[in-house]
Write a protein that binds this ligand. Structure first.
Ligand code: A3P
Length: 295
């Protein structure tokens, strides 16, 4: 359509990456040790990538010399559909990636490669209050129009797109509920995180994350303050102020700095009128009230 999106397997996806998704679906072979971070765009993906990378690699790379200081988190935990399977249908060679391999995706659960569902790999899912996600996404889309994503829209128009379920990787309710259900049915496979919980009690959530992926913090590490060091390293301010995240691009389309805007809960009140917010709240109630998930 005119938004540069195509409807594919029940979700809206940038037309340009449909071939990447098909290639991923046909060729990606998952390993039991893989860890896959899934999300809707603007839900806290970058932050969770930084935390996951730090947790898994803390024994091999000291905090003072971690690649996170030199690389955007999206380079360290690559997207299947934007980076790995983006080379004109050439199947990427993933054989040199050390285990556990860390990957990420915005693809809904149902459309993941079959082997992800069949292996014992773990999936982390992060979701965020849709009002904040919309506001965050609108700011982001206004900076990055190279994929032909929605950009010249007013915020109110953008809200309408979301409410129709026609945003990138939308409808958001199907995306979130798809992973939510898997988390309920297969708690050892899918762990569900909320951006708001991560903000409120980062330390508890990070311990939970470390345990889930098989890298729990030892008593010794706790007493050495390793958890706090990781929280500090991955804090909004610290990541935002790194040279690598102030300059440069992540793929040709996205500037690294566009992944670090404000990093707060509830910023939507500064952008959306009560009437518009009410429209979204009603939709959230309608779609999520029977799921047991509160957003
Ligand atoms: P805002 O636009 O509300 O600031 P994603 O990584 O999924 O693209 O999500 C981007 C959102 O996460 C942006 O939200 C961004 O500022 C926020 N973010 C990025 N790094 C963060 C961090 N370390 N802590 C908290 N929020 C962070």
């Amino acid at each position: 359509g005119s938004s540069g999106l195509s409807f594919y397997q029940g979700f809206w996806c940038p037309s340009k990456i449909v071939p990447n998704i098909i290639s991923f679906q046909n060729h990606f072979k998952s390993h039991d040790q893989d860890i896959i971070l899934a999300s809707k765009p603007k839900s806290g993906t970058t932050w969770l990538k930084a935390l996951l990378f730090s947790i898994v690699n803390r024994a091999s790379t000291s905090i003072s010399n971690t690649p996170l200081l030199r690389s955007n988190p999206h380079e360290l935990v690559p997207f299947f559909e934007f980076t790995l399977y983006a080379n004109n249908n050439k199947i990427p060679d993933l054989s040199n990636i050390p285990f556990p391999r860390l990957f990420s995706t915005h693809i809904p659960y149902d459309s993941l490669s079959k082997s992800i569902k069949e292996s014992k790999c773990r999936i982390l899912y992060i979701c965020r209050n849709p009002l904040d996600t919309i506001v965050s996404h609108w700011h982001f889309a206004n900076q990055a129009d190279h994929l032909n994503l929605i950009s010249k829209w007013t915020l109110e128009e953008f809200v309408d797109v979301y409410c129709k379920g026609e945003e990138v990787f939308g409808p958001f309710w199907d995306h979130i509920l798809g992973y939510w259900k898997q988390g309920l049915e297969h708690p050892r496979k899918v762990m569900f995180f909320k951006y708001e919980d991560l903000k409120k009690d980062t330390k508890t959530q990070v311990r939970k994350l470390a345990e889930f992926v098989g890298y729990p913090f030892s008593m010794e590490e706790e007493s050495l303050g390793i958890v706090d060091e990781i929280l500090k390293l991955c804090s909004f301010k610290n990541l935002k102020d790194l040279d690598v995240n102030k300059h440069g691009k992540f793929m040709p389309y996205f500037e690294n700095k566009s992944y670090f805007r404000k990093g707060e809960v509830g910023d939507w009140v500064n952008h959306l009128s009560p009437t518009v917010a009410d429209q979204v709240e009603k939709l959230i109630h309608e779609k999520f009230s029977s799921s047991g998930l509160t957003l």
